[in-house]
Design a protein around this ligand. Structure first.
Ligand code: HEM
Length: 272
């Protein structure tokens, strides 16, 4: 996990500043690292492929299922209530729609979850149960990211993959948010209204760095899975993910690809 550097400690020692300013400052460096992961670089170059996008959707689905499950469960907790905006922000249903679009009605059986995604969801559930005040760090990292760079990523996805009229792109669309910038201002002011002791605030700042780190690990795992399976299937099958293996592939090729991918991502693939 990411260690806290001296600049970040300065922010933690400046309790007079608003939480929204501090959280942005302490995650500045790791935001750059997140932008520079191979997956995000592919995005920025407009080179996102359909297999990449489909795998990303699977992981996002798991992450938002855990995040929104914990937010719902703790909706009236004083550390969550001010930043609880299910109408405006909830992503779970949008992801379900997108997954159904790409994988069909039986999408639940075809979703693949890398180990890093599983670790991320475990962390979300643990803090949702034991320390809900830390949820703000995760909600901030995902939702404000989705409302910032995420908006550009949606347009790039549509163009790169050649999707028409928003099909499979619900995740990027926030019909309940007419102005992302104004909404982000409201969100920041709500974050700043959460009452936190110095220790709790430091905990939130560290958790935000961890939230970014968990996202980076997810992107890296997805990238590894894709590279390995692409190699195993060869260029001809490059356009398909392991979740959508064409029936023409032999069982040997199939097993080889999945075994190599499993070994590479370290722990295993979680299918539900
Ligand atoms: C291609 C990758 C990315 C690009 C190009 C990008 C770009 C941006 C931009 C332009 C902003 C607005 C900055 C501002 O208003 O001052 C932003 C904000 C943000 N991004 Fe990213 N981003 C990327 C990836 C990510 C990732 C992977 C995460 C987290 C998982 C993330 C989380 C955030 C957050 C939380 C904010 C809000 C910062 C704040 O206002 O406090 N971003 N991003």
């Amino acid at each position: 996990m990411e260690t806290v550097n001296s600049g970040q400690i300065d922010d933690m020692q400046n309790p007079g500043r608003d939480l929204s300013e501090q959280i942005k400052a302490v995650t500045k460096e790791i935001h750059v690292r997140a932008e520079n992961t191979q997956l995000m670089l592919s995005y920025q170059k407009g080179q996102i492929t359909l297999p990449q996008y489909k795998l990303l959707l699977c992981s996002l689905y798991e992450i938002y299922k855990a995040l929104e499950g914990e937010m719902d469960r703790n909706a009236s907790h004083p550390g969550v209530a001010p930043i609880y905006f299910p109408q405006e922000l909830a992503r779970l249903e949008t992801l379900e729609r997108d997954l159904e679009h790409f994988f069909g009605q039986e999408w639940r059986k075809r979703v693949i979850i890398p180990a890093a995604t599983h670790r991320y969801t475990q962390r979300l559930r643990k803090i949702g149960e034991g320390n809900p005040k830390l949820l703000v760090a995760h909600a901030y990292t995902r939702y404000l990211g989705d409302l910032s760079g995420g908006q550009v990523l949606g347009k790039i996805t549509q163009k790169s993959i050649g999707l028409s009229s928003g099909e499979g792109l619900s995740f990027f669309s926030f019909p309940g948010v007419s102005s992302p910038n104004r909404f982000k201002q409201l969100y920041r002011s709500r974050m700043n209204s959460i009452e936190l002791t110095k220790e709790e605030r430091d905990g939130v700042l560290e958790e935000a760095i961890m939230a970014f780190e968990l996202n980076i690990q997810v992107f890296n795992d997805l990238q590894k899975m894709l590279s390995v399976t692409e190699e195993a299937y060869g260029n001809q099958e490059k356009a398909e993910t392991p979740a959508t293996i064409p029936p023409s592939l032999s069982i040997v090729q199939l097993s080889l690809g999945i075994c190599v991918a499993l070994a590479t991502v370290g722990m295993g693939i979680y299918v539900f």
